[in-house]
Design a protein. Structure first.
Length: 113
């Protein structure tokens, strides 16, 4: 039996790594493009299955906003100060994943419904 966090983590990994295609990855940063909405909807559906529909909706919308890249750009530039590092792309990738997983963990830890 999986815990709620484990179910959410698996849902996130499937949505972000197995079900996200190149079209979504290249265009999800623009809220006017349907790719981000499709990608966030996939997250919302899988997270809704894993954590209940309110979790799916809230975390799906949060995923959409994080995937614009603006919060991540700010974090890397202002806090981490590594936007010009040789490994900036890798730092960006993992920081993005940690932000998504931290949101999922917060949802579960605070017992949000």
């Amino acid at each position: 039996m999986l815990t709620p966090f484990e179910r959410g983590l698996v849902a996130h990994l499937v949505a972000d790594w197995l079900l996200q295609n190149d079209w979504m990855a290249l265009n999800k940063g623009n809220l006017r493009h349907p790719a981000g909405w499709v990608h966030a909807s996939i997250h919302g559906l899988l997270l809704g299955w894993a954590l209940g529909w309110s979790g799916g909706v809230v975390l799906g919308v949060l995923h959409l906003l994080l995937d614009t890249g603006r919060p991540l750009d700010w974090w890397i530039r202002v806090f981490k100060k590594c936007d010009k590092a040789p490994q900036a792309a890798l730092i960006r990738l993992w920081t993005d994943q940690v932000l998504h997983i931290a949101a999922l963990a917060a949802w579960v830890a605070f017992g949000l419904r």
